[in-house]
Design a protein around this ligand. Sequence first.
Ligand code: HPA
Ligand code: ZN
Length: 340
Amino acid sequence: MNPHRTAFIQGLPKVELHLHIEGSLEPDLMFELARRNNIKIPFSSPEEVKAAYQFEGLQSFLDIYYQGANVLINEQDFFDLTWAYLLRCQKDNVIHTEIFFDPQTHTARGIAFETVINGIDRAMQKGREELGISSQIIMCFLRHLDQESAFNTLKQALPFKAKIIGVGLDSSEQGHPPEKFKEVFEAAIGHGFLTVAHAGEEGPAANIHNALTLLGVSRVDHGVRCVEDAELVKQLIEDRTPLTVCPLSNTKLKVFEQMSDHNIVDLLRQGLCVTINSDDPAYFGGYMTDNFMAVADALPVSLEELQAFTLNAIEASFIHEQEKQKLVDKVTHFSHEFFV
Ligand code: HPA
Ligand code: ZN
């Protein structure tokens, strides 16, 4: 790629809205934590772990991803995990991030909710103070589990409400549609949480529609299969409903065969509020800059359009208008010299 484009993508201030903290667990840290906590893992080296990351689809990834999370035991582990991610953010000029975590992945193993949230939150505070990176936490319900388990998780979260901006829905989309969680999302909204949901990744466009109408979501995670319903696309454009798209995830999990087939630039040009995110960067081969580079390498996209992904993410973020304006100023100040 031409050096001017590379420098723009590297330096561009970025906002991440779709990042599973458990998906930022790099093989090296996985090994360190396995040793520290005396946990057996079915790999003999970090290189062997990396070699195992070949996925046929979402489920084959999830199986290995939940297994990886077994090494996370103590509050310090969750701190170290989150801090390592925030250091990568700094490298990629990520100035704001909204982080997912999956409480049930840990509470099901006997880890206390507070151990998880306190470790993540402490790293986020340090990130604000020492790196100048602002952040929020969103807790996701695992959709392959039942709604009762989600209700339990919601209850466990209530004492930590001040630390959690919203609730989301992740894991296996096929067979577990949004309507399965209608009541627990209603309850979450009643407690003041914002809502988001993974929809239209491997599942049909109807899941996007139902996430919007039944779960009251402010953003749709992935959402790339919206194109299968022209009426829905029209609505998403009209409402400026944000889609948190994850390009490298989509090619790794074969939602698109290759990056040149991805619809992200098409969606942007149609006027949708699409954003670029890394999803599970330790598993999918790249953080924010890598995702921007992969899109810019494979698809015809201008610097102005690349900037638009960040401006859309600021618009879609869960921060106050004044804060949004500060981030917009940072982006336009950075881009200025590239556009003249
Ligand atoms: N989809 C569903 N569940 C997930 C994902 C995803 O991309 N990443 C982590 N959990
Ligand atoms: Zn995701």
